[in-house]
Write a protein that binds this ligand. Structure first.
Ligand code: ZN
Length: 180
């Protein structure tokens, strides 16, 4: 029997979500386990992308799966991702984030990007992303640089969301203490 671990997702505001993550230096068993657990955590949420800092690991890796139900490709694991090209054309998507649940914002980003990254076998890959994949990849790479989608919103909306999230976190902590 394979026992999977769903990790706790760190909620905004948290200093760990504001840090620049460090590159991964090699494929290790710890990294393989981390990636497996990140995928499990992402699907469990459910979400379409999850970056390592969201589970408290300040390393440059994220997982993503924006497939439609009919598509049979594999979920993607991007290690040390780099945007090497982005389109001049921009697109607005309504973004959300597992670290800021139930809040959304319309964010404008390049509509297509080329991203290089290593996969879990240690191979260097080049990905051409467009549509939701492009938005998701840019959102996740932002996480590795300590940036959240609300950082693109105006200061008023951002501070409103942050103070609401603070209250939600407090409420959660109180509940957890009662359960103990
Ligand atoms: Zn996010």
């Amino acid at each position: 029997m394979i026992i999977m671990t769903v990790r706790d997702i760190i909620l905004h505001p948290d200093p760990k979500l504001k840090k620049i993550c460090t590159p991964i230096e090699g494929i290790t068993d710890d990294l393989r386990t981390l990636v497996e657990e990140m995928l499990e955590t992402m699907y469990n949420a459910p979400g379409i992308g999850l970056a390592a800092p969201q589970v408290g690991v300040l390393k440059r890796v994220f997982v993503m799966d924006c497939r439609d139900s009919g598509e049979t490709s594999e979920p993607l694991v991007l290690i040390n991702p780099k945007v090497v090209w982005s389109s001049n054309e921009k697109k607005v998507y309504e973004e959300g984030c597992l670290s800021i649940p139930d809040f959304f914002g319309e964010i404008e980003r390049p509509s297509a990007v080329k991203v290089t990254s290593f996969d879990i076998e240690g191979n260097l890959n080049s990905h051409d992303f467009d549509g939701l994949w492009a938005t998701c990849a840019q959102h996740e790479i932002d996480h590795l640089n300590g940036k959240l989608f609300i950082d693109y919103l105006g200061p008023m909306r951002r501070s409103l969301i942050t103070s609401k999230m603070r209250k939600i976190k407090k409420e959660k902590m109180r509940k957890n203490e009662i359960e103990k």
